[in-house]
Design a protein around this ligand. Structure first.
Ligand code: ADP
Length: 485
């Protein structure tokens, strides 16, 4: 089987116990750049199919947990290679179903490959520790073991890299999985799972069930055969999942929303600051949990910053995601577009001045909108306290660094933050006092790298960090052994 052949024959199927099985029900997957383009009909798993997926993972677990490290590493590495050699094809598909410009979509597939390559190496680095014993003739060993069957519930905004950063460590450390991707992006998940199959993953180790979160999610959370849940998505869903998981005694991690502030001080390099603000707020159509949705700008540079933002916004190319030169694709669907427009109206009603934000017509019928910059707001307004998840950002004028820090931290979220300044003193102080999981200095609030931990504080995250070797804390159980020779 060569990976360059079409996968369309698998559309409409779940992947359970190593088999692509036709689902009882399917739903259409629509291209947000052109609603007349149906990517395909994809599975919507029913109760029985989800049960089978859980049972398959449970059954595969004892063998996979004992699978030699080299074999696990080889499968993960092969997955990285296959993702790389298929990045163009899968990137095009991701762009088509999600609306991300094609080069960025391909970049996400390459990122997924890097994640698998990283965890291929981590397989043999799941080290423990040896301690002296307080008892004579004994010693104490602390070692890592897999936790069992992990359910991964993933969002639509990062269709392949988020599943990758849950699957790769889960498998690396010897766990089995059930993946439930977001309804809007089933094709990317299907491609990823097919590549893992092609890379030689044994039957049942990873199972894919597609469909509605509100029905499949609770079933996964209620199952005594699921030991842990890794979730990325909205705060409302994440809170429900965390509560249900705790009630059921399951290990859980949840990555949720953000309201990240990018601070721009008077001494900032404005070229850098504008790049960070435009990219962080508007690229990926603002559909990133780390998006710079509040631009907190010092009074002395405010007018120039706003003028340059408006000038730059006029040059942004918003169009069909697969069109050459598009910088910003459509909003992911009608519901999200309506939410973006609703928040713009809320901001206006609260006294905000909105630049841009109009719906746009293009050659194809899609969910296009201009980015919106909102002036004259205060931090207490809803537009600055609730996550929009679209290309919508506010500019908040502050007197000085101290006020900027206070405003940046004045949110129930704590995923990421950023500061643009040439002052070592202010950037260091901000790095230490920002109440966010990720802090960026003269870089966008949105950048994260695969070899270091990702996660937030306050309402943005619950549980252990993801990515890098820190992922081991979630995907392994610690065993303490007392041994007398
Ligand atoms: P968004 O609003 O960005 O789509 P959600 O939090 O609704 O974010 O979705 C993230 C993931 O959670 C998706 O895979 C979705 O299907 C799933 N999901 C939605 N509702 C539930 C639920 N009640 N339990 C478990 N998973 C859910």
């Amino acid at each position: 089987m060569t990976m360059n052949t079409t996968t369309e024959n698998l559309y409409g199927k779940n992947f359970i116990a190593g088999e692509w099985t036709s689902a009882a029900r399917t739903v259409p997957n629509i291209n947000p750049s052109d609603v007349t383009d149906i990517v395909g009909e994809f599975a919507s798993a029913d109760h029985g199919e989800v049960e089978q997926a859980i049972a398959a993972a449970r059954q595969a677990f004892p063998t996979w947990a004992l699978c030699p490290a080299q074999k696990r590493a080889d499968i993960l590495f092969k997955t990285a290679q296959l993702l790389t050699s298929n990045a163009g094809r899968i990137g095009t598909l991701l762009s088509r179903e999600q609306g991300r410009p094609r080069p960025e979509a391909e970049g996400e597939v390459v990122r997924a490959a890097q994640i698998f390559a990283f965890f291929a190496g981590e397989v043999v680095r799941a080290t423990g520790e040896i301690f002296p014993s307080t008892r004579p003739g004994a010693e104490v060993l602390v070692s890592r073991e897999p936790i069992g069957v992990v359910a991964a519930i993933t969002p639509w905004n990062v269709p392949i890299a988020i599943p990758a950063w849950k699957i790769a460590p889960a498998l690396a450390y010897g766990n089995c999985m059930v993946l439930k991707p977001a309804e809007l992006v089933p094709a990317s998940a299907l491609e990823l799972v097919r590549i893992l199959q092609e890379a030689g993953l044994p039957a049942g180790v990873l199972n894919l069930v597609m469909g509605s979160g509100s029905t499949i999610g609770p079933q996964l959370l209620d199952s005594p055969d699921i030991d842990a849940v890794s979730f990325t998505g909205s705060i409302a869903t994440g809170k429900k999942i965390a509560a249900a998981a705790v009630a059921g005694g399951k290990k859980v991690q949840a990555e949720m929303g953000g309201k990240s502030g990018l601070v721009v001080l008077n001494d900032a390099n404005l070229d850098i600051a504008i790049d960070c603000a435009i990219d962080g707020a508007f690229f990926w159509t603002g559909q990133r949990c780390t998006a710079s949705s509040r631009l907190i700008v010092a009074r002395g540079i405010y007018d120039e910053f706003v003028d340059r933002m408006i000038a730059r916004m006029k040059t942004l190319r918003i169009d069909h995601a697969q069109k050459e030169g598009t910088e910003i694709g459509p909003v992911v669907d009608e519901r999200q577009l309506a939410q973006n427009q609703r928040y713009i109206e809320i901001a206006k009603a609260d006294g905000g001045e909105v630049i841009g934000g109009q719906r746009l017509q293009r050659d194809t019928q899609g969910f296009y909108m201009e980015p919106a910059l909102i002036l004259n707001t205060s931090n207490g307004m809803r537009i600055n306290q609730e996550e929009v998840f679209g290309p919508v950002t506010s500019v908040l004028k502050v007197a000085d660094y101290e006020e900027a820090l206070m405003v940046a931290n004045d949110t129930r979220f704590g995923l990421s933050s950023g500061i643009c300044t040439d002052s070592l003193h202010h950037s260091t102080h901000f790095r230490r006092h920002s109440l966010a999981g990720t802090v960026a200095v003269n870089l966008t609030t949105t950048g994260s790298e695969y070899h270091v931990p990702f996660g937030g504080r306050k309402s943005s995250s619950y549980g252990a960090r993801e990515q890098g070797r820190y992922a081991m804390d979630f995907y392994t159980a610690i065993k303490t052994s007392y041994v007398r020779a």
